[in-house]
Design a protein around this ligand. Structure first.
Ligand code: HEC
Ligand code: HEC
Ligand code: HEC
Ligand code: HEC
Ligand code: HEC
Ligand code: HEC
Ligand code: HEC
Length: 323
């Protein structure tokens, strides 16, 4: 039936497709099962070298194995990623079927914009305003954060813990490593230790496992997707209540792709909102601890006071009965 429509309105459809999808190849339908078999076979050719197995038993002699070791692609990770159904050759064009690869092959690697024109336009506008784009050299690009063989979008990962782990790894790999940071930073700029910067945040490392850096470092206006504008540090979120309350901004961001039932399943409501989490001593926040200690003391005094009053009134009643 689609074939018939296509025959009759082919021209219009093609035009429509062009207008709607422009050159966004990412909007192409996913490959058929048969096509996928071919893609996997072709990718297998690259992985004959670019895998642990290839490194152990190189299919060719005289290769630079030290370099190859730095260039492995893990098949399972790749398959689970956003680009897992694509042929390597879609992004790695001419020159990569030669061995050793052509010197100019690297220049031909496709960029995000080539296939994600529409999205890239929105995101580039935000990225251009980010601290990284403004303060660092042009070598800080989309690919600095996005490993196209690894990354998977939030809607695909679903489990907030997986999303947090993936997205924070990007920032921590650089902000928690002197070597990686120095490669990107302006001359003489020392890396501020990530724990020291955030020492006002209790259980800092636990927060890295439960919330994303971008939750506090990007504006919230964009309701549908994450903003790529990593802001200056004075604009960063510092209010505990933006997360530790019902209808928090965290709810609107990290959990936006989940239904309410699912949020419950992943324990969000229980662990963060109905925060039993706030236990004295579990925090390293003096003022919070003080408030909690005051509350605790008040409760203890209340309980003891209540008990004392009861003991006294019972005594009084008993002595009255004796009379
Ligand atoms: C016969 C082994 C072999 C095969 C097959 C192979 N490569 Fe490589 N590749 C290497 C080695 C060795 C290096 C590291 C030395 C170097 O940089 O040239 C490398 C480096 C690379 C690099 C990083 C260097 C650069 O130019 O950016 C990329 C990207 C790459 N290969 C992509 C591919 C792709 C895509 C395929 C499949 C179309 C593929 N390779 C197939 C051996 C192979
Ligand atoms: C969606 C596009 C895309 C696909 C699909 C893709 N790659 Fe890449 N690949 C890239 C980009 C972009 C880079 C360069 C990253 C950078 O600048 O550091 C790269 C870099 C590499 C490198 C060098 C790694 C490094 O650390 O510098 C290797 C090796 C490689 N790709 C192999 C593969 C193989 C094998 C496949 C298929 C299984 C594949 N790629 C599929 C976009 C892609
Ligand atoms: C050669 C074309 C091509 C290139 C280059 C490319 N992609 Fe993709 N991308 C695709 C295709 C095809 C899909 C699969 C679409 C789907 O499954 O819905 C995809 C899916 C995605 C997705 C998940 C779906 C979505 O749009 O949210 C993200 C995120 C993504 N790509 C980001 C990137 C980034 C970042 C880069 C650059 C590092 C990049 N892509 C480079 C073709 C490409
Ligand atoms: C500072 C690191 C960083 C840089 C630079 C970066 N991204 Fe992202 N990007 C992320 C993170 C983190 C996510 C969140 C993943 C999610 O929520 O699915 C993301 C999500 C995305 C998504 C999927 C969600 C969406 O909004 O559609 C696309 C597409 C994307 N980025 C493209 C790009 C492009 C294009 C560039 C370059 C102009 C770029 N990114 C630069 C970190 C970065
Ligand atoms: C490859 C390295 C690299 C990655 C990846 C990276 N950054 Fe940065 N970032 C830097 C460098 C270098 C600076 C210092 C820029 C300067 O001094 O002006 C910086 C600065 C910052 C600042 C400080 C801005 C200010 O006001 O001083 C924040 C906040 C920040 N990054 C957050 C993030 C977040 C969040 C991510 C992950 C989504 C991330 N960065 C990923 C290298 C990186
Ligand atoms: C709960 C919110 C929150 C989270 C989560 C968070 N930050 Fe921050 N971050 C802040 C605030 C607020 C500041 C400003 C602190 C100040 O100026 O005293 C800051 C400052 C920074 C700075 C500036 C350092 C400097 O002084 O130059 C960097 C870089 C940074 N954060 C990176 C990260 C990274 C990377 C992550 C994830 C591992 C992260 N942040 C997670 C709130 C957060
Ligand atoms: C961006 C969101 C966000 C902000 C801002 C934030 N938190 Fe959290 N916090 C979380 C999440 C998510 C958890 C993890 C809950 C869990 O999984 O048990 C957490 C955990 C905690 C815990 C540990 C609970 C435990 O189980 O040990 C404490 C204490 C805490 N937060 C206090 C604070 C304080 C105090 C502030 C303000 C200075 C703050 N948080 C700011 C999101 C946030």
């Amino acid at each position: 039936m689609f074939g018939k429509i296509k025959k009759r309105f082919g021209g219009i459809l093609a035009l429509l497709a062009f207008v709607v999808a422009a050159p966004v190849f990412a909007d192409d339908p996913p490959p058929s099962p048969e096509a996928l078999v071919k893609i996997r076979a072709a990718n297998g050719e690259c992985l004959k070298c670019h895998s642990e197995a290839g490194l152990k038993a190189p299919p060719k002699e005289g290769m630079d194995l030290k370099k190859l070791r730095e260039h492995l692609v893990h098949l399972d990770t790749f398959t689970a990623s956003d680009h897992g159904q694509m042929a390597c050759s879609k992004c790695h064009g001419d020159g990569y079927d030669e061995h050793p690869h052509a010197a100019k092959a690297r220049e031909g690697i496709s960029e995000c914009q080539d296939c994600h024109a529409r999205k890239a336009m929105r995101i580039e506008r935000q990225f251009d305003k980010s601290v990284h784009a403004e303060n660092l050299s042009d070598t800080f690009t989309c690919a600095t954060c996005h490993d196209p063989h690894v990354m998977a979008v939030a809607t695909k990962l679903r489990d907030p813990h997986k999303i947090v782990a993936q997205d924070n790894k990007i920032c921590l790999d650089c902000h928690d490593s002197d070597i990686a940071f120095a490669k990107m930073a302006p001359d003489k700029k020392k890396r501020p230790p990530i724990d020291d910067i955030h020492d006002w945040l209790p259980n800092t490392r636990l927060h890295w496992k439960a919330v994303r850096c971008v939750e506090c470092h990007t504006p919230t206006e964009d309701k549908l997707s994450l903003s790529h504008e990593i802001q200056n540090k004075d604009k960063a979120e510092k209010k505990c209540a933006s997360c530790h309350t019902a209808n928090s901004s965290l709810n609107a961001r990290l959990y936006r792709h989940l239904q309410t039932e699912e949020q419950n399943k992943y324990g969000f409501i229980n662990s963060v909102i109905l925060s039993n989490s706030y236990v004295v001593g579990a925090t390293r926040n003096p003022s919070l601890d003080l408030i909690l200690i005051v509350l605790f003391v008040a409760t203890v005094v209340g309980v003891i006071g209540h008990g004392l009053v009861r003991i006294i009134t019972t005594r009084l009643r008993r002595s009255k009965n004796h009379d």
